[in-house]
Write a protein that binds this ligand. Structure first.
Ligand code: SF4
Length: 263
């Protein structure tokens, strides 16, 4: 099938990002996610449906249907930056695996153009869906949020078994560079024991060399008002730098991996 005519639904494209994979990157944000993380800074990504969000008092339409060709044209504008910085394209969301066909063809088209490809994802999908994508994905930035399934369910709306099982399968495949990312969320997973448990798991995955701790922030909390939704983490403060440094040491000790704060 021709990649270029395949359609998908996105809600944003951001150029010149330096936080979501190697080098300077263009981030393509896809609509739809099976999770409902309480800290989500892109709540407008969660519903697959095109929707309205109030932004500075005005209705803004969130989501549009595009072809791979249209996205690729935008992505290729910065080819020179990618070449100079070792960057490329990153799919984010939402969860790109909710649109597996579009994701596969977009990544395939990017690889045909010689671009480096990355994806931020929870790996919450059948492994056959993920396995199809791996050959066209250079770097998998995979979230592991908590090792306790009940707590995972309470704060994200989904249990963690499928995520952990897929992390093991992706690592064992050896087909992509797997980096484990942990959003550090006070009241959810910010204790030494919780980070140590995730670090031990990350360290046990074959081929994984790096783990990132992403401190909670409140950017995006205003969007909940715009969507007429309640922001459930009101009153939670972002972790202090000293706390992040301490958790980094815990993660290093328990994983044996390179641990970075941020992406
Ligand atoms: S997985 Fe990501 S996009 Fe989906 S709800 Fe959680 S933070 Fe938001």
């Amino acid at each position: 099938m021709d990649d270029l005519n395949v359609k998908g639904r996105i809600f944003d494209i951001q150029r010149y990002s330096i936080h979501d994979g190697n080098g300077i990157r263009t981030i393509v944000f896809l609509k739809g996610c099976a999770f409902r993380c309480r800290w989500c800074c892109n709540p407008e990504s969660q519903e697959y449906e095109i929707q309205k969000m109030k932004v500075q008092g005005k209705d803004k339409t969130i989501g549009k249907d595009v072809t791979v060709s249209e996205v690729l044209q935008e992505v290729l504008k910065d080819r020179n930056y990618y070449l100079r910085s070792g960057g490329g394209v990153t799919l984010s969301g939402g969860e790109a695996l909710c649109q597996p066909d579009f994701t596969y063809h977009l990544l395939h088209a990017c690889k045909e153009e010689g671009l480096h490809t990355a994806m931020e994802s929870t790996a919450f999908a059948k492994f056959t869906v993920i396995d199809r994508i791996l050959p066209v994905l250079d770097q998998y930035l995979m979230d592991i949020k908590h090792m306790n399934s009940e707590k995972h369910q309470l704060f994200t709306g989904q249990s963690n078994e499928l995520v952990l099982e897929n992390a093991e399968k992706i690592a064992a495949s050896g087909k992509t560079e797997l980096i484990i990312r942990v959003p550090v969320i006070p009241t959810f997973n910010h204790t030494d024991a919780e980070i140590a448990a995730i670090a031990e798991f990350a360290g046990s995955l074959p081929g994984v060399k790096e783990m990132n701790l992403l401190p909670y922030h409140r950017l995006g909390s205003d969007k909940y008002d715009g969507l007429n939704r309640e922001y459930l983490l009101k009153g939670i403060m972002p972790p202090m730098i000293e706390e992040m440094e301490r958790l980094k040491k815990v993660a290093e000790r328990h994983s044996g991996l390179i641990v970075k704060i941020g992406g």
